[in-house]
Design a protein. Sequence first.
Length: 250
Amino acid sequence: MKCAIPMIIQNSLFLVQYSILDLLCSMKIDILSVVPNLLDSPFSHSILKRARDKGLLEVNVINLRDHTTYARAQVDDYAFGGGAGMVMMIEPLVNAIEALQKGTDYDEIIFLTPDGETFNQKMANQLSLKSNLLLICGHYKGIDQRVREHFITKEISIGDYVLSGGELGAAVLVDAIGRLIPGVLNDETSALTDSFQDNLLAPPVYTRPEEFRGWKVPDILLSGNHKLIEEWRHEQSVKRTEERRPDLLD
């Protein structure tokens, strides 16, 4: 991430100490896709739109078909050895990657694939400290293995299921990473109290009114005693994690 001064990482759980006035950070994420129009909406609204408007996050979606030399903008072909499904060809992918590398020194070239490492908050934290990322969206049966062996630096899955392509996975990564960039969220500390940042789920939250249909907000949250409130929230986080995601406590 390009910053005026370096971030201070306090520990491995990504507790970052910074001031918005002291930092000017930005990140560039390029996405290579066969169907770029699928990504028109996710980056044009809400938090990610604000991040782009502020110049904190640059997202570019590149059409792979612009980098093929084959007739009818072909980017896929039958798999050697037979079998169902098409495979994304090596030449268009390499043409695109090498063209993009001429203008950008990527920290990671990431392939979205079901057999990649499962994406989690720790990975989002780590990637949010990078300056330039290139995301390759798979399609069909996948991409030619030679691209994976010679160009890809990291392979990521967003879960144990299969989608039609990597575009939705790319959108998930950009959202999870982009919101961690200093200045993107209105409250600088908000991202640090999200679920999974300390291997705990977030505690219950409440807002007005204080009572609705006889359902009341816990008295401790109305007490004004911030020390006790933080202790209560931590207890609730531990309890919720034990009940719903005990694997996080192992």
